[in-house]
Structure formats: C-alpha cells, structure tokens
Ligand binder design. Structure first.
Ligand code: DAT
Ligand code: MG
Length: 140
C-alpha cells in the first residue's frame, strides 16, 4: 500500500469558530501525520482553480465568496489511504445529514446560507489531492 497525501482545509466557518485544533486533533488521533500547516486567507483565483469541478453550479459563486471570506487553516496530511480516511472523518457534505461521530456531523449544521458551510474540505481522489496540494502548497 502506497502512502497517500491529502489536502485538508479548515474552512472559514470552522476557523472562525475556533475548531481548527479539534479538526487537527481528530486527524492526529486517527494516526495521520501533518506534513504542512498554514493559516491563510484564500484568494479568489486559487479558489476558482480549487473548485473548478463546480463551476457553473448554482452554489459556485456563494462557495467561492464564502471560502474567501476569512482565514482558513490549510494542511497536508499523510498516511496509507488517508484520502478515503479523512473523507470518513469529515462525514457527508450536508452537515445536517452527516452522521454523529464525524466532524461535520458533530460540529456542523445548516445555517440557511446559499452554500453549505461544513467546517472542512478533504481531497476526494489521488488526482484531486495532487492538484489541490499544488494550489495550496506549491513548494511541496
Ligand atoms: P465535499 O466538500 O463533500 O467534497 P463537494 O465537493 O460536492 O462536497 O462540494 C463542495 C462544497 O460546496 C461542499 O463542501 C459544500 C458546498 N456544496 C456542495 N453541494 C452543495 C449544494 N447542493 N448546495 C449548497 N452547497 C453545496
Ligand atoms: Mg469535494
């Protein structure tokens, strides 16, 4: 089994609520290793690239506006099958439906906004992870 890397973001809602430590705690408790970690306010151009697959969808502009609205904590994590593993830790996209025990299920809720604010992002495939890590951590 090859060691994978995944791009994790604590989104502006999670960062503003002081949940960065809780998200990182769960990642480390699971056994994944932190490779890189940085607090930054994303620029719109990077977000358009990061979320390219969603261009044209009704929530795309609200999503970019939300993600650019404040600081995020960006991390690269590492471990066997960490892409799938972090997606399991994060839970379903819709924080109302996300199961208790997951980050989104335990810490997230619907706030009635045009885009779901769900605490975290995690890469969904090795190809996405490579593309996203290059956007957020070009030095890696
Ligand atoms: P995920 O973050 O679980 O990979 P995604 O890539 O499909 O989900 O969508 C990116 C983000 O956009 C997601 O975290 C929350 C928001 N989003 C997705 N689908 C949505 C929808 N139908 N309505 C509102 N926001 C949505
Ligand atoms: Mg996604």
């Amino acid at each position: 089994m090859t060691i994978e890397r995944s791009l994790v973001l604590v989104k502006p809602d999670g960062f503003a609520r002081g949940l960065t430590g809780e998200v990182l705690r769960r990642i480390e408790a699971k056994g994944y290793r932190l490779v890189a970690l940085q607090v930054m306010t994303p620029d719109v151009e990077s977000l358009h690239s990061h979320y390219a697959e969603h261009q044209g969808k009704p929530f795309f502009e609200p999503l970019v506006d939300f993600m650019a609205s404040g600081a995020v904590a960006a991390a690269v994590i590492e471990g066997e099958r960490c892409i799938e593993g972090f997606r399991a830790l994060a839970g379903a996209t819709d924080p109302t439906a996300a199961l208790p025990g997951t980050i989104r299920g335990d810490l997230g809720r619907d706030w009635g906004t045009p885009v779901q604010q769900n605490i975290v992002h995690g890469s969904d495939s090795p190809e996405s992870a490579a593309r996203e890590i290059d956007i957020w951590f070009p030095e890696l």
